[in-house]
Design a protein around this ligand. Structure first.
Ligand code: ATP
Ligand code: MG
Length: 153
């Protein structure tokens, strides 16, 4: 199993270092272990948490939260931010390569992070979805099956 506490603390350290002029609040809640490829899972969380920080970095008091919980046969993680959010009319292609929302041009990026996240979660036979509200924030959900040696497809 992947030690999510260590993994998330490492990502937080790296991100807070990159955003040290902004002093965002970065809360890590429960960190249940998950199963899978640790390099790929690390990429998932650094992309989602990196987005959460980036797209809240120009708001009043940037806040990023990540927490996990155990379900019957799965672990559910959520990544929450209070950033710019997304217009639901523009999220249909969110997981496509190079897709960026119109408002994203004020922030650096190439539109690859979420496409990679999506592929990695699919490879683990997990689920990925989100809720968002413009100018309020965004919440991503990651659900991964509790399987000791998951088959990567
Ligand atoms: P890259 O990740 O390649 O550096 P990126 O962040 O623009 O660039 P993605 O991570 O794939 O690309 O995200 C795609 C688009 O989705 C972003 O350009 C942005 O418009 C929107 N987006 C993603 N995460 C958030 C978020 N937490 N809040 C608001 N918008 C977001
Ligand atoms: Mg990104």
């Amino acid at each position: 199993p992947i030690d999510m506490k260590t993994l998330l603390n490492q990502i937080r350290e790296d991100l807070l270092d990159a955003y040290k002029d902004i002093h965002p609040e970065f809360q890590i809640g429960e960190t249940p272990e998950i199963y899978g490829d640790s390099t790929m899972i690390s990429q998932v969380f650094s992309n989602l948490l990196g987005n959460a920080l980036k797209y809240s970095s120009k708001t009043d008091k940037p806040l990023v939260q990540v927490t996990g919980s155990a379900e019957q046969d799965a672990i559910l993680y959520t990544v929450v931010d209070n950033g710019i959010g997304m217009d639901p009319r523009h999220t249909g292609n969110l997981f496509n390569l190079f897709y960026r929302l119109p408002g994203a041009s004020n922030y650096e990026g190439t539109g690859l992070g979420l496409a990679i996240v999506k592929r990695i979660i699919e490879k683990h036979q997990g689920q990925l979805w989100f809720e968002t509200e413009q100018n309020k924030g965004t919440r991503f959900y990651i659900r991964l099956k509790k399987v000791e040696q998951p088959e990567l497809v």
